[in-house]
Design a protein around this ligand. Sequence first.
Ligand code: FES
Length: 84
Amino acid sequence: MDHKNIVSFYYQHNKYKHFSLLEILEKYQIKINFQCRSGYCGVCKITLLKGQIKYYREPLASCINNNEILSCCCIPVENIKLNL
Ligand code: FES
């Protein structure tokens, strides 16, 4: 595993409750690939190493494996650790 791409994210619900994980990462100028921003293409997938997220829109992309998440249609529900 390449450790230079691991990001720990301390989730602050009151501050970020209206943003997707993708939008939150963009606010911190963390570059994530994306395309549709709506769960179709799978381009925004990242690996969740620790913590939990929830989808506010059901992802339609079928290319995600165990521990992979689509950042454009989910939010963290606790502190998370990601491999980008
Ligand atoms: S950007 Fe297309 S699924 Fe997230």
